[in-house]
Ligand binder design. Structure first.
Ligand code: GDP
Ligand code: CA
Length: 330
């Protein structure tokens, strides 16, 4: 059982599949990044997992389709129809059209995801965390946007904050302004998707890949029942740090970690998950000096290479995670 965001989760899963090809792997995917664009329902993290394991991913980019073209995007732009900051290619559009059509016909996201996976055959059971709508929003200072503030407004134009969709923060703004809070809107009343709690209860081991601890794994854990089910499952829970040498390997996870008051270090992320949830934690060899702090927090910790440079290196990470799981089980 693996809780996955997009790129970090998907790449790790590819290594896991290579390390233990015969294992039954269930993936709970983050849907807090989902967004409606041009009337279509887009699920970036589910699609990244599906395309990566199904052989359709743009390898260099880590998201979106290989051999992509952008005719629809260009035509939309010619009509002046935005947003233009979210990269949707022609092949990718087809996925979102099929998904939206099925959802309009009344199918829940879990059923739609299963249907899309019949084409991609990812080799894992991919479940959205919930069929309910959850949207991660990020609270920012409007002043940071350089937008002219309205003098004489309710707050005199000062100190005004607004919540924007996670994708607007991440993709349009590239997390260039400070995030003051990260809110998975709708999570509190969301229910785990069908099969999620059963899969957790039946799992032999639960892995947190090097996915974003706040807006990927954190959002999944925010769906009531999921965190509790994992903590109560009585099986080893082992995570791999997405932070190496005090910075995210890629992306801007440090910005959302700071919004929840967590330092961007491998040890701080482990402590953030906490020993109530996490039994084992892998940090990169460059962070070997932080293993003691993690162990002091009651979490078994090892330092091993954590760079997913290719499938073999990633498979080695998966084997280390499974070995640590067996160690804490014993
Ligand atoms: P997203 O939804 O596409 O942002 O992807 P995830 O949430 O699954 O994963 C993003 C995280 O993966 C980032 O915080 C990166 O630091 C981390 N990451 C990416 N590549 C690597 C890698 O090679 N090694 C490790 N340890 N982390 C990585
Ligand atoms: Ca994501």
């Amino acid at each position: 059982m693996v809780l996955a965001g997009g790129i970090g989760g998907a790449r790790f899963l590819r290594g896991l599949k290579s390390a233990v090809p015969d294992a039954d792997v269930t993936v709970i995917g983050n849907t807090g990044d989902d967004i409606h664009l041009f009337g279509l329902k887009v699920c970036p993290d589910l699609d990244t997992v599906m395309y990566t394991l199904g052989g359709g991913i743009h390898e260099g980019q880590g998201w979106g389709r290989a051999d992509e073209t952008f005719a629809v995007k260009e035509e939309l732009a010619a009509y002046g129809v935005g947003p233009d900051w979210f990269g949707l290619g022609d092949r990718d559009f087809a996925t979102h059209i099929v998904r939206t059509q099925m959802m309009s016909a009344g199918y829940p996201l879990s059923a739609v995801t299963e249907a899309l996976c019949t084409r991609w055959q990812p080799g894992v059971r991919l479940l959205p965390m919930t069929d309910d709508r959850v949207e991660t929003h990020v609270l920012i200072d409007t002043a940071d946007l350089g937008e002219s503030s309205q003098a004489g407004g309710e707050d005199g134009g000062k100190d005004s904050r607004k919540a924007i969709h996670f994708q607007e923060y991440w993709v349009r703004l590239r997390a260039s302004v400070d995030a003051h809070a990260v809110v998975p809107v709708g999570a509190e009343s969301a229910k785990p998707a069908p099969g999620v709690l059963d899969a957790i209860a039946e799992a032999d081991v639960v892995l947190f890949p090097p996915s974003n601890p706040v807006v990927s794994v954190g959002t999944i854990l925010a769906v009531p029942g999921i965190r509790e089910a994992i903590a109560d499952a009585g099986v080893p829970v082992v995570g791999l740090s997405p932070i190496v040498g005090g910075a995210p390997v890629s992306g801007m996870a440090d910005k959302v970690l700071s919004a929840v008051g967590v330092e961007a270090t491998a040890a701080a992320v482990a402590q953030h998950y906490g020993s109530g949830l996490l039994d084992g934690w892998l940090v990169d060899t460059v962070d070997a000096d932080s293993t003691q702090a993690v162990e002091d927090a009651g979490i078994r910790c090892r330092a091993v290479p954590l760079m997913m440079t290719d499938t073999e290196a990633t498979a080695a990470m998966a084997r280390e995670a499974l070995a640590l799981a067996e160690e804490v089980r014993a």
